[in-house]
Design a protein around this ligand. Sequence first.
Ligand code: GUN
Length: 319
Amino acid sequence: MQFLKSLHSKNISLKYLFIRRELATIFNGHQLANKIKREVKEEILLNQSFKSSFSPQFVAIAVGHNPASKIYLEKKQEVAEECGLKGQVIHLSEDTFESKILGLIHDLNEDPSIHGIIVQLPLPLHLSEIQICNAVHPSKDVDGFTQTNLGKLMQKTTESTILPCTALAVKRIVEELKMITLGKNAVVIGRSHNVGLPISIILGADMTKGGFDMTTVSCHRATPTHQLTRACLGADLIVSAAGVPGLVNKYLIKPGSILIDVGLNRIRTAAGKNIVVGDMTKDVNEVAGVVTPVPGGVGPCTVACLMYNTLLAAKLQNL
Ligand code: GUN
């Protein structure tokens, strides 16, 4: 009280005692995506100057009519064109037999003009995702979803390994931020075999193997809330790939931390508008150091990384 009185007598307003924190930097995913696309385009042109027939091409297989998949595939084709590579989509009806898809993948595996094969997910329920994704030849697996490529990333994550596109996008973002990662703490929320787990492995891997040497904790739907809170409050980097809108808020994070939001959730607002949001609430900007937005963060980088993987696959097959 005495302290407040003395401030008042000196005409010092209380508001000057609280220093307002700067808001977090919003990472521009389009900028990094453009950089990756430029690198891919330049490398294709360079390879064509040595070998004019060098023409990386991917085929995406879409089964059924999933509105979100349709948007993703159109984007993949648009970005392919931007990078100077070819991307085509084969649409199959919802009731296609698994044997027909396996036959198609077999033919594409044998076709030397096709360098990348994508099985767009999700597949209709009567189909086995694991069986179908594993039918893609590992050298053409530009999604990085086969057992072989997921296994390879345990050994190393350097340039010759085809990494799942979202994990590669997160890797590129962390590199772009020039964050000192050695000995720092990371939390990855989500453990899917093609997104959350590969990200955990890359962040925790030895730097000599292309990793980041972070002490990485994997959290998921079975993690008790108090454990998730404890892990996140101690994390220098949080990657959320849970697909749960609003899962990470400002009370869960350490000041100045880096937040990478992989969530892509379609929700309907109270006003009846359909929007896409991530896993993190907007208020994290008040506490974090860097935040990737949704949309416009990881998403564009992931598509650009698919182009990178198609180029890598074509080089591994051709050169
Ligand atoms: N569905 C949603 N994202 C992806 C992706 O990155 N690859 C494939 N194959 N399917 C998806």
